[in-house]
Design a protein around this ligand. Structure first.
Ligand SMILES: [Zn+2]
Length: 62
């Protein structure tokens, strides 16, 4: 894991398509859960995978 990998960023997928990549802040895996993220305000926010998201401690296994 590197800090650069965990940093949310925009990537070019083609001539006109752009994707938003966000990875878990803890382990660097794909982060499906974003916090304080707002594309409208250009805030990348903080992202976590299911295992490391803060709410996981209270939610238990799904
Ligand atoms: Zn994680």
């Amino acid at each position: 894991m590197t800090v650069a990998t965990a940093t949310p960023r925009l990537v070019r997928l083609g001539t006109s398509r752009v994707g938003f990549l966000h990875f878990c802040k803890v382990c660097g895996e794909w982060g499906a859960y974003g916090y304080e993220a707002s594309l409208l305000k250009h805030k990348a926010g903080i992202w976590y995978c299911r295992e490391h998201r803060p709410d996981a401690k209270q939610g238990g296994p799904l």
